[in-house]
Design a protein around this ligand. Structure first.
Ligand code: ZN
Length: 1005
């Protein structure tokens, strides 16, 4: 306690000092318009498109309602306006967060006491009572309670010193991290009564369990539920099995029933538990949220069970391997409607204005994608060719406006696409899409009842920009894919969460190509949005394998990260390419058919795919190949040396690619240099006019010699279209020939090859594998580049470099060089023209994206014309949208949980906001961590967002000192942050001068 006060006082002193400093600095940097502010918006939106699930990683601040969907160009303008506003807002959040945080605590307490009050006789829930007052607890209390009473919360009918005999060295199955496996659930009957007026619910769950091994203990998951009654009976004889006592063991979120007699193997039993709980206000388990309709606040209750929150809504065997059937009934006031995975079978109306919906029984499924909702939404529906009823449920005004029609329409088409692609029909009679105002992630793939946050599913195609539409589309494609990958066939355990997430992420691109065949998502956009992005992360020594060991419950949250999603998708894409797409597809069909309604591990997939290859007369041991890619972290860099070797021999070597040269040395000491991969290296040879067909070389040794006829003028290119998850380096002669080729006629190389070369070159230089000037020479050809993708790859590589240099004295040399490369295209493309009615003329997708990218670069690096144009746009736009903008800043709903994170990151990307955001982060870390700690991606996104551009020794020390104070919290994210900043500092030390030296020379010509 004393320590906290001391720290607070220190903090205050530090703040004062900083404020003084800030004032001094503020005088110099109070430029009303800065190029960087524009750039922010680009960085925001470019970062967001790839990933689409919970990660909700769209870093962009999305407008919250469809009216606010604005076109790309308007958003450019918004970007600027928001930059200014964000600085204001971030201060507001500081206040809001702390206020709202306190409110949360207060309202939770209020709700709890309301729940308590409700238990009075005559109160609504008939089953509840307060008779166990002495030993009972309020739902939500046991979490975090110190282990004073042995950490146990007794709820036993016969109170007794908890566990005296068990504690004397007997077997305690509840202390294990996984369920003991003696019992297997077969079927759940779950009856819920939902009280929306005080946000509580009561439940009765009857679980039929098969006893596999004799035991005296029933151990299953439960958290934050108040158990009132437990009964156990043998199924066949209906004989009661006497319960000695029961208790919650919060450390492992389990509920334990101790029996007076043993349950016998090979027999089935029935476990009945009656309980109460809160409909929480925290976006996990069974939670509530609200919206305003005609000036009136309306509430809804909805679930988010993945990965480990079903236990907060009902006691259950909450591990994916325990598949069972579920029959759910929900009793609620008739003014609401209820939804679940299956359709309603019967509804029983009672006179008192209540109704009970009985849902059909589900097929075998895991608990994490079970779902229900109680709301007063309306819907529209469509039916697929195969008869699946697809409905979109949303708030009534949105449905009336038709904001969900686009989602509904593509969902119908996507079900048909997947049914055809997988040759496995959709397994349920219906699929509901539920658009909720608040959700911890972009969406959740509950089987038959997928839940989306509104801004990831609702849109008005007539006013939404193409990139917004694309974003929504990919989220939907992802979730529908999960109905097969994840729901029908489920990973055995969380270590292979990448199996379902990698597939769903990969199929975002395949499925979008089906809907929009001209967009080439899988061949092109995948590179910048997935591959380049994750290789940046996976090039750190603090990365981890895509299959991760999961031991503690907290590990489960950790595995839902970009490595699982993006690396998973990139590995699957590599696999599909080296197998051949049609063989790969047949393999997936077999895999889903064999394992439907069950669980599968990665080895099951590898075996099925090897078999599919074998049927095609090819023999590759997929497991052997893929284990190296999934069980080792990182990826290799291949170096091809062709120069001056005799007999047309080239030398190919592989090495673990790591950005930080010092970490590279360290890992060599620790043996990572022994990392080897079996690499499907595709290569072509080419010269000015001709390019050879593609050949594949499997590289599996540290160093190999291969015979290739390479004449004087021909170059060699590896990893064609970047289908492989690795980088390729060449001797300088080959780099020169490639640069020459790009300058003479870049179209000899495909669009993806051009983008791949750019990304490889910048990354290799950043890591010190390549001279600093090579990437800058490569982008010289861009003045002739008419395709979006290479520009996108270049700008993604330039912005981080820009951040590394922007406080250097020679910064303008870099600026000048980039502007020189951008100028031609900037003049050629120009600015979008405005229609007489004020809307922007919608160009084609490619063209629009390209123009946006070039304008962003020009403005970011200080093109004066660009600044003038932007100012005109902004003032025009602000005068026509003044009210909306003000509303955006004053309406507290805009600072919802996900958005708060985005605003902070947004501010951090602005050079003038960086210090502020970094300081805000440190000051408010305690609150932020409490709020987002459990919400998977939020924390790591925030941590990398505010730290990735720190680049001085001083900032590095600040970061390290800060982490010291929070020992062990978010350790993985922080060690990544430290490594990134260390690499930034080191890059400056070793390579900055080399870069400036070359730039000065280049500009003299
Ligand atoms: Zn997913």
């Amino acid at each position: 306690m004393a320590l906290d006060v001391e720290r607070e006082q220190e903090e205050k002193k530090r703040k004062k000092k900083k404020r003084r400093k800030k004032r001094e600095r503020g005088e110099k940097s109070s430029v009303p318009f800065s190029p960087m502010m524009i750039e922010d918006d680009s960085a925001l939106r470019t970062g967001g498109r790839g990933l689409s699930d919970q990660w909700a990683d769209s870093v962009g601040m999305r407008p919250r309602t469809t009216e606010r969907h604005i076109t790309v160009h308007k958003r450019l303008v918004l970007g600027f306006a928001v930059s200014i506003l964000a600085l204001l807002i971030v201060t507001m959040i500081a206040v809001l967060l702390s206020l709202r945080f306190e409110e949360c605590g207060a309202s939770a307490a209020a709700a709890a006491s309301a729940a308590e009050a409700d238990r009075n006789p005559g109160g609504a829930p008939a089953r509840t009572n307060s008779s166990v007052a002495g030993t009972s607890h309020r739902p939500g209390e046991e979490i975090g309670r110190p282990a004073a009473s042995g950490g146990l919360v007794p709820g036993s009918p016969e109170p007794k010193e908890p566990l005296e005999e068990e504690e004397q060295g007997r077997w305690q199955p509840w202390t294990q991290l996984r369920l003991p496996g003696h019992l297997k659930p077969l079927h759940y009957n779950l009856m819920l009564t939902v009280f929306m007026e005080n946000f509580t619910f009561s439940g009765e769950v009857n679980v039929e369990v098969a006893c596999l091994n004799t035991t005296r203990y029933i151990v299953l998951h439960a958290s934050r539920v108040a158990v009132e009654k437990v009964q156990v009976a043998e199924d066949r004889a209906f004989g009661a099995v006497q319960v000695a006592r029961y208790f919650l063991y919060p450390q492992n979120q389990v509920f334990v029933v101790v029996l007076n007699q043993t349950l016998e193997a090979q027999r089935n039993y029935n476990l009945k538990i009656i309980y109460n709980a809160l409909i929480e206000n925290e976006l996990l388990g069974f939670f509530r949220s609200s919206y305003v309709l005609h000036g009136e606040r309306r509430f809804l209750g909805v679930t988010q069970f993945s990965p480990t929150h079903a236990r907060k809504a009902f006691p259950c065997f909450d591990e994916p391997i325990y598949k069972a059937t579920f029959k759910i009934s929900i009793k609620h006031q008739a003014t609401y409607l209820s939804l679940s995975n299956m359709p309603v079978e019967t509804s029983v109306f009672e006179e008192d204005g209540w109704v009970t919906d009985h849902f059909s029984q589900t097929p075998l499924m895991s608990t994490y994608y079970l779902a229900w909702a109680v709301c007063n939404f309306t819907f529209r529906e469509m039916v697929t060719k195969s008869g699946v009823i697809v409905r979109l449920y949303a708030r009534p005004d949105a449905v009336r406006r038709g904001s969900g029609d686009y989602a509904l329409h593509i969902t119908k088409r996507l079900i048909e696409f997947y049914e055809d692609y997988f040759k496995v029909p959709y397994s349920l009679p219906k699929l509901d899409l539920l658009a909720v105002p608040k959700h911890p992630y972009a969406a959740m793939e509950n089987w038959g009842l997928s839940v989306f946050v509104e801004q990831k599913i609702l849109l008005d195609p007539s006013i939404s920009s193409i990139s917004y539409l694309l974003d929504v589309t990919m989220v939907i494609v992802h979730e529908i894919c999960h109905q097969w990958f994840g729901d029908l066939v489920t990973p055995v355990w969380w270590e292979d969460v990448w199996l379902k997430e990698g597939f769903a992420h990969y199929f975002e691109f395949v499925g979008t190509d089906y809907l929009y065949p001209g967009w080439n998502m899988e061949k092109q956009r995948f590179l910048t949005d997935v591959l380049h992005e994750v290789m940046l992360l996976d090039g750190l020594a603090s990365s981890h394998p895509v299959s991760q060991e999961v031991i503690e419950v907290t590990d489960i949250d950790r595995v839902f990260d970009w490595i699982a999603y993006k690396k998973g998708a990139a590995l699957i894409r590599m696999l599909a390419n080296f197998m051949g797409h049609s063989v790969f597809q047949r393999g997936l069909q077999d895999y889903l058919t064999i394992h439907k309604y069950g669980n599968a591990a990665r080895s099951d997939l590898w075996n099925t795919l090897s078999e599919a290859l074998r049927k095609n007369g090819k023999y590759v041991n997929i497991q052997e190949v893929m284990d190296q890619w999934t069980l080792q972290m990182g990826y290799p860099v291949i170096t091809i040396l062709g120069n001056g070797t005799v007999d047309n021999m080239i030398v190919i070597t592989q090495q673990h690619f790591i950005y930080d040269s010092r970490a590279r040395l360290r890992t060599t000491e620790f043996g990572n240099s022994s990392y080897l991969w079996q690499i499907p290296l595709t290569i072509v040879l080419g010269n000015r006019s001709h390019i050879s067909s593609e050949t594949i070389i499997w590289v599996s040794n540290k160093s190999e010699h291969h015979r290739i006829t390479l004449n004087k003028e021909s170059w060699l290119l590896g990893n064609i279209n970047q289908t492989g998850y690795f980088r390729v380096n060449y001797d300088l002669r080959n780099w020169r020939l490639l640069i020459d080729q790009l300058m003479q006629n870049h179209e000899v190389l495909s669009v993806s090859n051009r983008a791949g070369l750019i990304d490889d070159a910048f990354s290799l230089a950043r890591a010190g594998y390549l001279p600093q000037n090579i990437p800058l020479e490569i982008i010289k050809y861009l003045s002739e580049e008419k395709d979006f993708l290479p520009w996108h790859a270049a700008s993604r590589a330039l912005y981080p470099l820009d951040k590394l240099l922007d406080r250097m004295e020679n910064y303008n040399v870099f600026n000048e060089y980039i502007l020189k490369q951008v100028a031609t295209m900037y003049i050629k493309l120009g600015w979008p023209t405005i229609n007489f009615n004020g809307s922007l003329v919608q160009a084609s997708y490619q063209h629009e994206e390209l123009r946006r990218e070039v304008i962003m670069l020009a403005c970011s690096f200080g093109n004066k014309h660009c600044h003038q144009q932007a100012s005109t746009f902004i003032s025009d736009w602000i005068s026509s949208n003044k009210n909306r903008l003000l509303n955006l800043s004053l309406n507290s709903e805009v600072v919802l949980d996900q958005d708060a994170i985005d605003v902070i990151i947004h501010v951090a990307r602005n050079p003038h906001g960086r210090d502020l955001a970094w300081k805000f982060f440190r000051d408010k870390w305690k609150i932020l961590n409490t709020r987002y700690g459990e919400a998977l991606f939020m924390n790591s996104k925030l941590i990398s967002g505010v730290t990735e551009f720190l680049n001085t020794e001083g900032e590095l020390n600040e970061l390290k000192n800060f982490i010291k104070n929070y020992d062990g919290v978010a350790a993985a994210s922080f060690s990544r942050a430290v490594e990134t900043v260390e690499a930034n500092v080191r890059w400056q030390k070793y390579y900055k001068e080399e870069l400036f030296h070359w730039l000065r020379k280049a500009l003299r010509h």
